[in-house]
Design a protein around this ligand. Structure first.
Ligand code: ADP
Ligand code: G6P
Length: 467
């Protein structure tokens, strides 16, 4: 029997990996990454269907429901995985949308796979959406889905949210398939971004490439109005507070502190191992501070968590090799017996262990070269049990617009980064407390539930405005 939902989320990845237990049971196994974390929080208790890829290749298995959430897997062949996911999504769009900090690759075969897979996702969404449903499409993997779905199901309300930055027009214009990609996304009733600048970029491009008119928040294209706007994504603050209070987390934080050296200042970074995260720039800054004798391993230690990501993609493999070489060099040069300069952890952690790590840090160092939002920065603030701790945050993370009380820094400027790290390490407790309170107040009132409410309300209103 076909089961349909009034709310359908369409995202590349289902919120679980492909290790369903032998008895067929399956539970939320949150994959690292901002999107899964954000949606997990709001869908846990909402009747909905999530259309997505369950990992792996070949035929999709039926997956059991997770509470009130149904899972509708979309299969990918090996060739599609390479062309659509590793290729067009993660070697063309991802680098291009992140300021081309790594050279985007344009391959015509990848485009064919991307289009075919987007069609498959649109068809799956069309199948599970009940009449008049709301379908919420997520991220750069599925930019053609809104228009394809509109053709299949003109009765549904379609939202699209881009979790990553939308690039400036001069970069977007490099894309050989720019017209299709723009038109695809504008098939939605409401297109949401992390930052207002993205909506401005899209309005400009729509006028130039598609002959649209209107304003930054309402693009008139053909006979339709497409609303656009900024909806900065956030975290589940309540979940983090519950974790904070768990005895395991408190004990684990004490243990970590003891293991790292009770008297030491701890610098912490937590990233997917991705070239957008600025890990190499950060290691350079830290290593130069050690070289110049401005910090010493006897009183300072760095913890770099870098969870493996997109490991089949060439640029990610190269990055991992370079980082591991550099960590080895720094430890070899500056570490002492039993006292490494850097603890490097290339592994996933569960939420409780991440919370304990956040509680252990004196300085949280979040320095991406470009990032749509960066939820790690927000998680750090929510994880603190008191007003101590400093956040060093890149100006190029979406989060910087909201967390302006962090120590903001340009990560490309290694000297500036070094000075900012020292400033954060030396900050007076009263200064840190003022900053932390302001940041905590902000995320408390702008949590993930507020984000979903704001977006879905705007989506509901957007369709009412179509002439
Ligand atoms: P991105 O979406 O680019 O990965 P974000 O900072 O927005 O960046 O989100 C990263 C998410 O992944 C956060 O929710 C963070 O807690 C999670 N995460 C990061 N490192 C790990 C890890 N080692 N194990 C598990 N989850 C992780
Ligand atoms: C970012 C993207 C998400 C993606 C996540 C993890 O957060 O915006 O769409 O799911 O990274 O990347 P992965 O390639 O493992 O899904």
């Amino acid at each position: 029997m076909l089961r349909q939902s009034s709310l359908v989320v369409v995202a590349n990845r289902l919120p679980l990996d492909d290790n369903v237990a032998p008895d067929g049971a399956c539970e939320w196994r949150r994959s690292p990454g901002g999107l899964a974390g954000a949606l997990h929080a709001i869908l846990e208790q909402t009747p909905a269907t999530w259309v997505g890829w369950a990992g792996g290749t070949g035929q999709a298995r039926d997956l059991p429901d997770i509470g009130t959430l149904r899972l509708r897997p979309v299969p990918l062949s090996e060739e599609e995985l390479r062309g659509y996911y590793e290729g067009f999504a993660n070697s063309t769009l991802w680098p291009l949308y992140h300021d081309a900090v790594e050279q985007p690759v344009f391959d015509r075969e990848w485009w064919l796979a991307y289009r075919a897979v987007n069609r498959r996702f649109a068809e799956a969404a069309a199948e599970v959406a009940e009449p008049g449903a709301t379908v919420w499409v997520q991220d750069y993997h599925l930019q053609l889905v809104p228009q394809l779905l509109r053709e299949l199901r003109p009765d549904v309300r379609i939202g699209f949210f881009l979790h990553v930055p939308f690039p400036p027009p001069e970069l977007f214009m490099q894309l050989p398939r720019r017209v299709e990609l723009l038109r695809g996304m504008l098939g939605a009733d409401l297109v949401g971004f992390q930052r207002p600048q993205a909506a401005h970029n899209v309005a400009q491009l729509a006028a130039k490439l598609l002959g649209a008119h209107g304003a930054d928040d309402a693009i008139i294209l053909d006979d339709r109005v497409v609303r656009t706007g900024a909806f900065p994504v956030s975290i589940d603050v309540a979940e983090m507070r519950t974790l904070n209070a768990r005895p395991y987390v408190v004990n684990q934080a004490h243990q970590l502190r003891h293991d790292l050296g009770a008297h030491k200042r701890v610098l912490l970074s937590v990233d997917r191992l991705d070239y957008t995260k600025g890990i190499e720039h950060r290691l350079t800054a830290y290593s130069e501070l050690l070289r110049d004798g401005r910090i010493k391993v006897r009183d300072t230690v760095m913890v770099q968590v870098a969870v493996p990501s997109r490991e089949q993609v060439e640029s990610y493999r190269g990055l991992r090799d370079r980082i591991e070489r550099e960590v080895g060099r720094i430890n070899g040069e500056y570490g002492r017996v039993g006292e490494p300069a850097i603890h490097y952890l290339n592994q996933p952690f569960d939420r409780a262990d991440l919370a304990a790590l956040y509680q252990t840090a004196d300085v949280m160092v979040v320095t991406p070269l470009r990032d749509g939002m960066n939820l790690v920065a927000k998680e750090f603030v929510a994880a603190r049990r008191d007003d101590s701790g400093a956040l060093v945050l890149s100006e190029f993370a979406g989060a910087a617009a909201e967390l302006s009380d962090a120590f903001l820094v340009n990560p490309h400027d290694v000297d500036g980064l070094k000075e900012t790290l020292l400033q954060a390490l030396a900050a007076a407790p009263e200064d840190l407390a003022t900053r932390m309170k302001a940041m905590r107040d902000h995320i408390t009132s702008h949590d993930i539930h507020a984000w979903a409410r704001a977006y879905l309300t705007a989506l509901e209103q957007s369709q009412a405005l179509v002439p």
